[in-house]
Design a protein around this ligand. Structure first.
Ligand SMILES: CC(C)(COP(=O)(O)OP(=O)(O)OC[C@H]1O[C@@H](n2cnc3c(N)ncnc32)[C@H](O)[C@@H]1OP(=O)(O)O)[C@@H](O)C(=O)NCCC(=O)NCCS
Length: 185
C-alpha cells in the first residue's frame, strides 16, 4: 500500500517468524506513546511473542495484521482483532492497534481499521468489535468515532500512568453483524 505521503508499506498477516521484529516494534511503540497499555519495561522476550502470536492465531475467528516497511526491515504498525474465548463472547472481537511515531498521521491507522472492519463484516463468526481507548487519546477517539464506534461505557480511573496520574478507559463498540434494530437489546 502507498501512504498519503508516498511511502510504501506491505500489509500482511503476522506469523511466528515475525516475533523478533514484533518485539522491536513493541519496544519502540511503548517508548513513544503514553496511549497503550504496556510500559517499555514490560516488553517481553522473543519466545514470549512467539507464544503470543501462536496463541492468537489459534483462536478461532482471530485476525492480526501488520504493516511492514521492507526498506527498513521493520514492523511499523499492527491491528489485532481477538474474539472472546468462551462461547457466549466469541462473537465479539477486541481490537488493539498501534503505529510507531514516524508512520502516524499518514492514513495507516484508518486503513488498518477499515480493513479490520471489512473483514469483521464478512466474517460469519464476528458480530461486534470492541476496544478500549485512553480518555485523552484524542486522535484515536476521533478515528474510532469517524468509523462509527460508539461509547458504551467508561472504566473510571482504570489507568494509572507512570507519573501516578489516573485516567479513564473509554469503552467503544461497533456492531458489524446483521441489522437487529427492530429487536430489543
Ligand atoms: C491512533 C493511531 C492508531 C491512528 O493512526 P494514524 O495512522 O496516526 O491515523 P491516520 O493518519 O490514519 O488518521 C486517522 C484519523 O485519526 C485522527 N487523527 C490522526 N492524527 C491526528 C492528529 N494529529 N490530530 C487529530 N486527529 C488525528 C483523525 O480523525 C484522522 O482522520 P482522517 O483520516 O480524516 O485524517 C496512531 O496514531 C497510533 O498508533 N497512536 C499511538 C498508539 C495509540 O494511540 N493506539 C491506539 C490505542 S486505543
Amino acid at each position: 500500500m502507498i501512504l498519503r505521503d508516498g511511502r510504501t508499506l506491505t500489509l500482511r498477516p503476522i506469523c511466528i517468524d515475525d516475533a523478533e521484529l514484533f518485539r522491536v516494534f513493541m519496544l519502540t511503540l511503548t517508548s513513544d506513546t503514553p496511549w497503550i497499555g504496556s510500559n517499555p519495561d514490560e516488553v517481553h522476550d522473543v519466545d514470549w511473542y512467539q507464544d503470543r502470536i501462536e496463541q492468537v492465531l489459534e483462536r478461532t475467528g482471530s485476525r492480526w495484521e501488520i504493516a511492514v516497511s521492507e526498506e527498513h526491515n521493520a514492523i511499523v504498525g499492527d491491528c489485532m482483532a481477538l474474539p472472546g474465548n468462551r462461547a457466549k463472547f466469541e462473537h465479539v472481537a477486541m481490537i488493539g492497534i498501534g503505529i510507531i511515531e514516524p508512520w502516524r498521521g499518514a492514513g495507516l491507522g484508518r486503513m488498518l481499521m477499515e480493513r479490520t472492519i471489512d473483514w469483521a463484516r464478512e466474517s460469519a463468526l464476528i458480530d461486534k468489535l470492541e476496544l478500549g481507548v485512553f480518555e485523552h487519546n484524542t486522535n484515536a477517539r476521533n478515528l474510532y468515532t469517524s468509523l462509527g464506534f460508539q461509547i458504551e461505557g467508561v472504566r473510571t480511573r482504570a489507568i494509572r500512568q507512570p507519573d501516578g496520574s489516573y485516567h479513564d478507559d473509554v469503552l467503544m463498540g461497533l456492531w458489524v453483524g446483521d441489522d437487529l434494530s427492530d429487536e430489543p437489546i
